[in-house]
Design a protein around this ligand. Structure first.
Ligand code: C2O
Ligand code: CU
Length: 554
């Protein structure tokens, strides 16, 4: 593949939204940030210079980075922050990804403004598995926060209370016609009648699943998370935060202008005061602009769980001779992981399963709320530094609790904090069943994301996972392949992957609030027997964690 070089400069800029001026952190002064364009198999060096006010890291979401966890980015998992005034060069290694992905900050809540799309074209001389589109358009779905988000989040964490919700939804950085003081800047895209366009849609929203639709137009979904799917026609999509979708849009409606709109999909009634995010598609040509654009009335309502799951159920891998699936069938490691909302005890004096005064909000995997170590897990692992994590992420028998019951009366509400990782041998075949719970009235969906690998979504269902009957329903023929997928409310998600990428890989819910509260863990994939199946050596300029490191002792 070809080698590309990008310069990313992190800096604050002033923007006006919702009638107020505020400063946001950006890359190169752009919001959304710059697009990285490559062909499959290329390598990109991104030299990041931090001219902002606090330490930041960047993650290349969905790029597997074979043997190269050093450039993966999650703060205190694979690196320490790049401090203001310093720089770091990421080496982003593309392997089998083809389609659309994105990059985003992976430290604090900075990703709400520090993100951009990654376009991965087919290898030179090859083409898409669908007719060549006449044009393409990147659609980055975002969310807008008023005020200093990182500061507010830190205060709320300190007090153990809820974290702010966004004040609106963005399409390519703009709120659109329905938000205050936003009409002038609504994002507009012009299309020619009769042409077919490839929309590369990124859900960069910090904390919401999103419904998206275009008025009067159908969408043909052809890709998910930089892999191809069996094309299907739909009037709306539901996209999880972290996911990317490629869809074809044929501009075949009467000349005119049409809204595209984004709306959150929620599982509870709180916080539905948002306006829809909108942008406008304008046909080129002669017509009367005086009437306002048509709105996509097919956009499902905020609480429409059925619409969300119906859409998700349509997604299948392309699974043909040219794009075969390789779902592992001989599973060597099987795990059950409960993902839940919890409380934890701040100072161990006055806690109680039913809202003791010292309880703080938390979330967990198997009742462990992840806390970051002070030296990143990767350095600690690579250099054999003890005391930063333990290799004892707990497994859990599924029978111990009726997860779908909504109850306040259980010890499982309280979690422990820990930095407990799961270690896998090279090339182990893994199945994980994520089980949603109704602890703490906290039933909701969780978009689970894995770094370093994609996984097959072999099953999904309502209620408690049943080890006897549910595996019989698995799709091993053409399951969707993704790096992020939702665990349904009061339900379960079964995924499979081969641990073929040696390194240290984060696994977490892609809602920033749940990530922050601890719905995270780390999988370490050990080296194989040869150098070609081992972690690459670290690059020379890794940011140093506070306190430094000892010499590498083997
Ligand atoms: Cu898109 Cu760990 O994140
Ligand atoms: Cu979650």
């Amino acid at each position: 593949g070809t080698v590309h070089y990008y310069d990313f400069v992190l800096k604050e800029i002033n923007v006006t939204k919702l009638c107020a001026n505020q400063s946001i952190l950006t890359v190169n002064g752009l919001f959304p940030g710059p697009v990285i364009r490559v062909h499959k198999g290329d390598t990109v060096f991104v030299n990041l210079t931090n001219q902002g006010n606090y330490g930041v890291t960047i993650h290349w979401h969905g790029v597997k980075q074979p043997r190269n966890p050093w450039s993966d980015g999650p703060v205190f998992i694979t690196q320490c922050p790049i401090k203001p005034g310093s720089n770091f060069t990421y080496e982003v290694i593309f392997s089998d990804e083809e389609g659309t992905l994105w990059w985003h900050a992976h430290s604090d809540w900075t990703r709400s403004t520090v993100h951009g799309a990654i376009v991965i074209l087919p290898e030179e001389g090859t083409s898409y598995p669908f007719p060549e589109p006449d044009g393409e358009e990147i659609i980055v779905l975002g969310s807008w926060y008023t005020g200093d988000l990182n500061e507010e989040v830190n205060e709320d964490l300190e007090e153990g209370v809820d974290i702010p919700h966004s004040s609106g939804f963005l399409i390519n950085g703009e709120l659109g016609d329905f938000a205050n003081c936003s009409r002038e800047t609504t994002y507009r895209w012009s299309v020619d009648y009769g042409k077919t366009y490839l929309l590369r849609i990124v859900n960069a929203v910090s904390d919401d699943q999103i419904f998206f639709a275009v008025a009067e137009h159908n969408l043909t979904v052809v890709g998910l998370d930089a892999g191809y799917v069996k094309p299907f026609v739909t009037s709306y999509i539901m996209i999880s935060p972290g996911q990317t979708m490629d869809v074809l849009l044929k501009a075949n409606r009467p000349l005119g202008h049409y809204y595209m709109a984004s709306r959150e999909f929620l599982t509870e009634t709180a916080n539905q005061d948002h306006n829809n995010g909108t942008a406008i598609i304008e046909y080129t040509g002669d017509y009367n602009f005086s009437s306002s654009p048509i709105f996509p009335h097919q956009l499902p309502q905020i609480l429409d769980m059925k619409a969300a799951l119906r859409f998700t159920g349509f997604i299948r891998s392309l699974a043909n001779e040219d794009y075969p699936v390789d779902v592992p069938t001989n599973i060597t490691t099987r795990m059950y992981i409960a993902v839940s909302m919890n409380e934890l005890c701040k100072n161990r004096t006055n806690c109680n399963v039913t809202a003791g005064p010292d309880n703080i909000l938390a979330s967990s995997m198997n009742n462990i709320s992840w806390i970051n170590p002070s030296v990143d897990v990767l350095q600690a692992y690579y250099r054999n530094m003890s005391g930063y994590f333990t290799a004892d992420f707990p497994d859990r028998p599924l029978t111990m609790y009726n997860f779908t019951e909504n109850t306040e009366e259980t010890d499982l509400i309280m979690t422990d904090q820990g930095t407990r990782v799961k270690v896998l041998n090279y090339n182990e075949t893994v199945e994980i069943v994520f089980q949603g719970t109704g602890l703490l009235n906290g039933a909701g969906v969780h978009p689970m994301h894995m770094h370093g690998h994609s996984f097959y979504v072999v099953g999904m269902g309502e209620g408690n996972f049943d080890n006897e009957t549910d595996p019989l329903t698995y799709n091993l023929v053409d399951p969707p392949k993704a790096n992020t997928f939702i665990v349904p409310k009061y339900g379960w998600l079964a995924i499979r992957f081969v641990a073929s990428n040696p390194g240290v890989w984060f696994w977490h819910c892609h809602f920033d609030r749940h990530l922050t509260w601890g719905m995270d863990t780390v999988f370490i994939v050990k080296n194989g027997d040869t150098e070609a199946t081992s972690i690459l050596p670290p690059p020379p300029n890794m940011p140093i964690c506070t306190g430094g490191y000892p010499e590498i002792s083997i």
